[in-house]
Write a protein that binds this ligand. Sequence first.
Ligand SMILES: [Zn+2]
Length: 283
Amino acid sequence: MAEGHAVHGMAARVRRLVDQPGRSQGPVTEQFDPRALDGRAVAGAEAHGKHLLIHLHGTDLSPHLHLGMHGAVSVRQHRRALGPDDLPRTDPPDPAGLAWRHLTATHLLEVTRPTVCELLDADGRAALHARLGPDPLRDDADPAEAIARLHASRRAIGALLVDQSVVSGIGNVYRAELLWRAGLDPHTPGNALDPDTLRALWDDAFDLMTIGLGAGWIVAHPTQLADARALLARGEAVPRWPKRYAVYLRRGEPCPRCGTPVASERLGLQTMYWCPGCQQQPA
Ligand SMILES: [Zn+2]
């Protein structure tokens, strides 16, 4: 499943279509009617956690997308540029699972196999934002709010970090790597962690996810992080190096910090990975 940095990356790609009127197509469902968007131009796009909202000029209705396990948003530039007001005469063939297509003079936006594809008005958008916790990658995120929510709960920090109503955008990979980096046992209750520790966890999430957004993939290994940070600081692209994690998907392999075999456990729908040797509950 796409974690929050990937959805913020999608929002940035959708913004390439800004101000270009487009032809909107796709199957009409009870929740989504592309005809309501036909001829309109994208005004902006935003991510909140794993949710993507696209705003269009001239309508209060915003497509709201959640991609789940198999959904995708693709934005492609046409090989041949057309005039600013010329839409391609023919439509491309429908990809499998097409939910929405927006075709402009320069770009083709296609959404396939989402778990949610609906149109939200202002009230719907407000309700969506209200049920999602602060997202480290959003400019309007309030770290104090996230820390208060984490600190108020007796649930395990490993469960709280991926609960999108507590903080949003963190998924299974970031959860595992963030807790390993902090040296925290994922079973520690949220209310057993002091606000400074929670603030450090939030700041590390912001840092890692910012690099993930810039790189386009989850960079978590210390050496790769340093290299990615240097490349991004110079405005260069981060190559797709082989993915290396400290604990994620490494059950039974030695922890890079202390050598203890990495443990795993089913938690909700996902498997949680951690090192029982050096990830501790605070005294
Ligand atoms: Zn360890």
